[in-house]
Design a protein around this ligand. Structure first.
Ligand code: PA5
Length: 461
């Protein structure tokens, strides 16, 4: 694991009043140290299960055994879940598998399974998947911490019917549930029907669960070395914990800079990988940062609404879509580049007889130059930015980045004085959905939302 956070261009020396001054950073040092202590205490109190996950190596062995067993039997592996029960799976696949993995033949996949993550209830999207997979050769991993979320259950029921039709009574052998150890609808059926299951620890929230069976089973099903992901996360945990000085801990520095820049009106945080493989990580981060830090707080006696807005962009693609805004638009953003030193494939730009400056160079050189140009152009225009650098995209570095950003989120929660681990807004949305879908016990929610809608005459042109 070799991850560096380069924050030179987030500092006032470079971007003036739009950056963080050395004084501001050192003034925050005590609060940051307190945030580190508070997080360590919550970990000791057993409240922060995500910090224990990198050390659960016995579980990794169990998952690998399951994956090896499934390998000979199934060709497809479908993850049925949403939010924190899906995004980590997509991030790991994107980063650590071939960009067109599902189109490779079985031999090129070394017999490992194709992975699909239909994380929505769009009927075209879900039915579309059922059109292209052979159910007799497909395993379904239904993931839900609560075991009750409407989207995951609805998709499960949809696939179950077809699976039963194709696989008959043996349909249960195609199912794996990942859910709470004791409660919820999925747990009940797993117990009743004897379906293979894995537990999501009670102290691990959905968006912090990528390093649990939630994210690791699909990764193992596609042959990713999950033990190396955890090794990378452990190395990051040790690096952050070992730093007595809060400003030597990359997760703490990431949290501190984002917090201080937020106070300076940089309320949008753009996660900007210059790598297609890392793009789904930006999506994963978007949920982590938004759901954890977007909160109503009463901590100081008055109600305040806080939270940076995470946005994702892809380099170099979004240089032709977003960068104009980032360079000349409002001074309301901090840009975080996600940067891999070396790409795992080479693509030379051959000499094709045009005597063109691009001939004889490579796509890697081009994308690297573009990243460098954007980073420096932003800094020249006084736009604060920082870069999370890894030498190459591999399991250890991905595990390290995931863990660093989770820990940074926990620290940022302390700095913003909010609870980073609940999600009342998400729960409200779930309850209103239950009400509108006629679930017993949620009649009030249905009535409330209907009354609210009817209060306003619709203005439509
Ligand atoms: O982070 C969270 O808690 C949420 O985004 C959940 O992951 C999401 O709502 C899915 O919930 P569940 O895993 O309970 O189905």
């Amino acid at each position: 694991m070799n991850i560096k956070l380069n924050y030179t261009y987030a500092l006032s020396d470079v971007v003036g009043e739009h950056g963080v001054s050395p004084e501001e950073l050192s003034a925050l040092k005590d609060r940051l140290a307190d945030a580190k202590k508070a997080v360590a205490q919550k970990k000791t109190d057993g409240k922060l299960g995500f910090m224990e996950l990198p050390y659960k190596t016995d579980e990794t062995a169990k998952i690998k055994r399951l994956a090896a067993k499934m390998k000979g039997r199934f060709e497809n592996f479908v993850v049925v879940g949403i939010g924190g029960s899906a995004l980590g799976n997509i991030a790991l696949q994107g980063a650590l598998r071939h960009p067109y993995w599902n189109l490779l033949d079985k031999k090129s996949r070394q017999g490992w399974m194709r992975i699909f993550v239909p994380d929505n209830v769009d009927p075209e999207f879900v039915k579309g998947l059922s059109d292209v997979i052979d159910f007799r050769k497909t395993a379904f991993n239904v993931i839900s911490k609560s075991g009750t979320t409407a989207e995951g259950l609805a998709n499960f029921f949809f696939f179950k019917k077809m699976l039963e039709a194709k696989a008959g009574k043996k349909y249960r052998d195609h199912l794996i549930f990942t859910t709470d150890a004791k409660k919820g609808f999925l747990r009940d059926i797993s117990n009743k029907e004897g379906i293979t299951s894995f537990d999501i620890p009670v102290n691990v929230g959905g968006r912090f669960s990528v390093l649990s069976p939630v994210g690791l089973i699909s990764a193992a099903a596609s042959g990713i070395k999950i033990e190396r992901i955890l090794a990378g996360a452990r190395a990051m945990d040790e690096k952050c914990a070992a730093s007595a000085d809060a400003l030597g801990d990359p997760a703490a520095v990431f949290a501190a800079l984002n917090y201080l820049l937020y106070q300076k009106g940089k309320r949008i945080c753009v996660m900007f990988p210059y790598s297609n493989a890392l793009y789904p990580m930006a999506d994963w981060f978007r949920q982590l940062w938004a759901e954890s830090l977007g909160k109503k707080s009463n901590a100081r006696g008055e109600t305040v609404n806080v939270g940076p807005t995470p946005v994702k962009a892809l380099g170099a693609t979004d240089q032709h879509s977003q960068v104009q805004l980032y360079i000349e638009g409002p001074y309301d953003k901090i840009v975080v580049f996600l940067s891999a030193g070396l790409f795992r494939k080479t693509a030379p730009i051959p000499k094709v007889g045009y005597s063109h400056y691009l001939e004889g160079r490579s796509l890697a050189e081009l994308i690297k130059c573009e990243e460098d140009a954007t980073r420096n152009a932003l800094a020249k225009e006084k736009r604060p930015n920082m870069t999370i650098e890894i030498p190459t995209i591999d399991e250890e570095n991905i595990g390290g980045i995931l863990y660093m950003l989770e820990l940074a989120t926990a620290y940022a929660g302390e700095l913003f004085d909010i609870n980073a681990f609940d999600q009342p807004g998400v729960e409200l949305g779930k309850q209103l959905t239950y009400g509108l879908m006629g679930r017993a016990g949620f009649e009030t929610q249905k009535k409330d939302i209907e009354e609210f809608k009817n209060r306003f005459p619709q203005k439509i042109v």
